[in-house]
Design a protein around this ligand. Structure first.
Ligand SMILES: [Ca+2]
Ligand SMILES: [Ca+2]
Ligand SMILES: [Ca+2]
Ligand SMILES: [Ca+2]
Ligand SMILES: [Zn+2]
Length: 899
């Protein structure tokens, strides 16, 4: 210990001495120290010295009611102060056997701490002010202490008028890049804009911001559209166009007229009146209770699990007065739906808030049956069991920011503070613009142009229809049509007309600005790449930041060239252009609601409810969320090979559209070829600014979980009762949820695979291990695969093999191990397997008469990775047997050839 104690340091040391050994400031005070002891007993094998784990503390601990596993989550401490990011998890059976243990404790922590300043120069209040300043927030007002505690235990302050929630602050050690420790204040602030929920670490002496993470996970889909101003013109016109509301049946008490379970959105199925939907076990007092005593506390869309309300102005309900529909004493939430294309969002507000309320409750109830419950840190106002922390129901904000300036579109996000902190779900409108840009003269060129609007300037929809003469820009340079030099030489000719400018040399914004300054009413930007049909969405700056007021559209080089030649030849070229924007409401896309809620589940379950650690580069947060969305919307009779897009409703697509991911989800690798090998390649790399392609990463992971779900359905059947424990779909979700609890903090794909295998061993005595291996091997996460660092996207080893033990004792191997598609086949067929073989695999095609029409030997590695494509165009139509002979046994499957 440092001998030069200041009074502050002494106070700290005393506080540390007074703290119960092994217990952090977390809520789960328990006398069960088996997890802590297990960790301490294994210190040496974890590369630690005894003192590294001597002062470890439990951040949370709970026993799973279904499988009896006690999950213990710990943090490393030195001198009673937590070390940020140094955590461990230990999982024990009822008998005390350790089934899994991970640690990221830092070796030699005492020596490292000696180099760090032992006392904070700033008080906790000063640290809150410093963090706010560093994060660009206003200075906090009167910070009153809501929960007192020592610096090392942490304390909570009031929101200071700058945060949407109470402000926790705690003294910690932050490991720096060079391995040294720095004493910091860990401060959590939720700015009033609702865009972020910062967990920041500032130097405890200087107040300098050293590290931050965001509790908000954002699902930006089109950054370019986020700041486009909404005009009220369309909305007003749309009100007139709205058909009369049809008569509705009178609903029974406690009913909701919504798109219920397994219906993904209004394009996927009909709305229905659902009566008494609250789960008897996990919402025993109904969805409108908050006190655990019979009788609803709210007749609005508010209750123990969620409070859903309108947030069109994006004030984030700071005053607590945002609007929620009221179902009256009978709790009847039955509102009309105007599904006309140009219906204003406001007209469907009651229904949007109701549907959002319904689906948040549904996620709560279904997932509680799978083990996301009070003990493990779920979202409830009151915890009826007394386990875990309450006061953290979801704040679900419908039609968020739809009348705010700037408007937010094409997005959704979810903020997950630690257990006891209220999450926020923000659901936005989605837009789609329809452009009509056409040449009206000369007759030889007349006809529609293939055009795309960007985010620069005002939209055609906002400006209204434009028609006029096209004038080619002339900036006086060797390539005058690029319009980069100001002022334009032919400004007089351009004034009052439409400017044609070619891409290149300078940015779009400057070109448009030059045309605007010359008096142009609109810009048609032609591409500079011949024969390209790809239209570029012009963007790069918020519209008003560059002072652009005129609309602009992008067309191809080939179309633009014809117009340029005609105009320069002296012909009068005229253009007409108009645009209209339509909106869809994310509140009706149940897949997106489930996805957002899913972020809360994966965040609370990984590392325990009192630590937030889904922040490694490989972490699969978006993947779990997509999987939950797909899982909740699987209907009886669905088949595994059908492609499923995410967000098809919000993206104005048909139900078989691609949605917002690289491909649709499917077990058919022709539809969805994703494997672990994609990670770190192409668009699956870390960007120059350090951001990761989280949705692309998640897509690979969700693909694998989706395969797992269907393999288990094939084995155990589908159970339409989603709260049951039987049926392949329920077994799959249970493995995924338990995998979240069992995996280490900051996980990668192989950590996730191992946790699912572990969950199967705990839940099902490893009855599905061969199936799980097969699924992961098929997507590149086989037995020999490794993830390298979970914080790098480029150091993985991909493998498509299965452990030999799985394949042992099985000479006639299961047909499920052999992929043959398409089947029936016409001109070619792809044959693939994950089975390993110490000798080259013989692949044969045998007719029903036993005649071999094809034979080839190929390495097992190639069959595992790429498969073998066989040309069947000259094979006579009929039934054949595909036969593979490996060192582990034979595989056969029937194949029909048709021409
Ligand atoms: Ca009540
Ligand atoms: Ca909001
Ligand atoms: Ca909770
Ligand atoms: Ca890696
Ligand atoms: Zn997401």
């Amino acid at each position: 210990m440092n001998p030069t104690f200041t009074p502050a340091a002494r106070a700290l040391a005393v506080a540390a001495l007074l703290a119960l050994p092994g217990l952090a400031a977390a809520q789960n005070v328990t006398s069960d120290n088996r997890g802590l002891q297990a960790l301490q007993n294994r210190a040496t094998s974890l590369g630690l010295v005894a003192t590294d784990a001597a002062d470890a503390a439990i951040t949370s601990q709970y026993t799973d009611a279904r499988n009896g596993i006690t999950h213990v989550y710990l943090c490393q401490r030195v001198q009673g102060i937590e070390v940020y990011g140094a955590v461990a998890d230990v999982h024990l059976t009822a008998a005390g056997k350790v089934v899994s243990l991970h640690s990221s404790f830092r070796p030699g922590i005492e020596v490292l701490a000696r180099g760090a300043a032992p006392t904070p120069g700033l008080s906790a209040q000063q640290a809150v002010g410093a963090a706010a300043r560093a994060l660009g927030m206003p200075a906090p007002g009167n910070l009153t202490v809501l929960k007192a505690g020592s610096a090392a235990e942490g304390m909570e302050f009031s929101n200071g008028g700058i945060s949407l929630d109470k402000i926790p602050a705690k003294l910690m050690y932050l490991p720096l890049a060079d391995g040294s420790l720095r004493l910091v204040w860990d401060v959590t602030l939720a700015p009033l804009s609702g865009d972020h929920y910062w967990n920041a670490r500032v130097d405890a002496s200087s107040g300098v911001l050293l590290d931050k993470s965001d509790f908000t996970v954002s699902d930006d889909f089109s950054m370019l559209n986020l700041t486009r101003p909404l005009t009220q013109a369309t909305v007003a016109a749309a009100i007139k166009a709205t058909p009369a509301t049809p008569a509705r049946p009178t609903a029974a008490p406690n009913s909701y007229n919504v798109w219920p379970l397994t219906i993904e959105s209004p394009i996927h199925g009909a709305r229905q009146v659902v009566t008494d939907p609250a789960d008897q076990k996990h919402s025993p007092f109904g969805w409108h209770d908050t006190d655990g005593v019979a009788g609803a506390e709210y007749t609005t869309t508010r209750g123990n699990n969620v409070h859903s309300y309108d947030d069109a102005p994006n004030n984030n309900n700071a005053s607590g007065t945002n609007y929620s529909p009221d179902g009256g004493k009978d709790l009847i939430f039955d509102y009309p739906f105007d599904d006309s294309k140009n219906a204003p969002a406001k007209k469907n507000q009651d229904l949007a808030i109701t549907n959002l309320f319904f689906w948040n409750n549904l996620m709560h109830d279904v997932m509680a049956h799978k083990g996301f419950d009070e003990a493990s840190g779920n979202f409830q106002a009151k915890n009826y069991s007394g386990e875990g922390k309450g006061a953290d129901y979801v704040q679900a904000e419908a039609q968020d920011a739809s009348t705010a300036s700037p408007v937010r579109l094409n997005n959704a996000n979810f903020s997950t503070p630690l257990d006891g902190g209220r999450p926020r779900m923000q659901m936005y409108l989605w837009d789609r613009s329809e452009l009509n840009v056409a040449v009206t003269a000369p007759a030889a060129l007349a006809g529609p142009l293939n055009a795309l609007e960007g985010s620069l300037g005002r939209s055609l929809q906002a400006v209204g229809p434009i028609s006029g003469k096209l004038v080619v820009a002339d900036d006086g340079s060797a390539k005058p049509e690029r319009g980069c030099n100001a002022p334009l030489v032919n400004a007089a000719a351009i004034s009052g007309n439409i400017a044609l400018i070619e891409r290149g040399k300078c940015g779009f914004a400057l070109k448009i600005k030059n045309a605007q300054n010359a008096g142009a009413r609109m810009v048609i930007m032609m591409d500079s790449i011949p024969n390209s049909n790809t239209l570029t969405r012009m963007g790069g700056a918020a519209p008003d930041s560059v002072g652009l007021r005129i609309p602009s559209v992008f067309i191809t080089k080939n179309e633009g060239e014809k117009l340029k030649i005609a105009a320069r030849a002296g012909q009068v070229v005229t253009i007409s252009a108009s645009g209209e924007v339509f909106y869809r409401d994310g509140d009706f896309d149940n897949g997106i609601v489930a996805h957002e809620y899913g972020h809360g589940i994966s965040t609370r379950l990984t590392g325990g409810p009192n630590v937030s650690c889904l922040n490694s580069f490989e972490q699969m947060g978006e993947g779990w969320s997509d999987f939950f969305a797909l899982w909740m919307t699987t209907k009886p009779g669905d088949v595994s090979t059908t492609g499923r897009g995410i967000g098809t409703y919000a993206s104005f697509e048909a139900t078989d559209g691609r949605g917002i991911r690289p491909t649709r989800y499917s077990t058919d690798m022709q539809i969805n070829p994703a494997t672990y090998a994609l990670l770190g390649t192409g668009s699956y790399v870390t960007a120059a600014d350090g951001t990761n392609p989280v949705h692309a990463i998640g897509y690979i992971w969700a693909t694998t979980l989706w395969d797992l779900n269907w393999e288990l359905i094939a084995k155990h059947g589908y159970n339409a009762d989603l709260k049951s424990s039987t049926g392949g779909n329920n077994i799959a979700l249970q493995l995924v949820i338990d995998g979240l609890k069992l995996q280490p903090c900051r996980p990668g794909f192989i950590d996730g695979r191992n946790a699912i295998l572990k969950a199967d061993s705990v839940n099902n005595k490893a009855a599905n291990s061969a199936l799980i291996w097969r699924v992961f091997a098929r997507r590149g996460m086989g037995f020999s695969a490794s993830q390298g660092s979970s914080n790098s996207l480029t150091d993985q080893k991909i493998a498509f093999d299965m452990p030999t033990v799985v394949l042992a004792n099985n000479k006639q191997l299961s047909a499920a191990l052999l992929d043959v598609y398409p089947n029936p086949a016409s001109n070619q067929v792809l044959i693939r397997t994950q089975v390993s073989s110490s000798v080259p695999v013989q692949v044969e095609l045998v007719s029903v008469l036993g005649q071999r029409v094809f034979t080839q030997t190929i390495s097992a590695a190639r069959l595992q990775k790429d498969g073998l494509t066989v040309n069947t165009s000259s094979v006579a139509p009929g039934l054949y047997l595909v036969r593979l002979t490996t060192s582990e046994g034979t595989l056969t499957k029937k194949l029909l050839v048709q021409h």
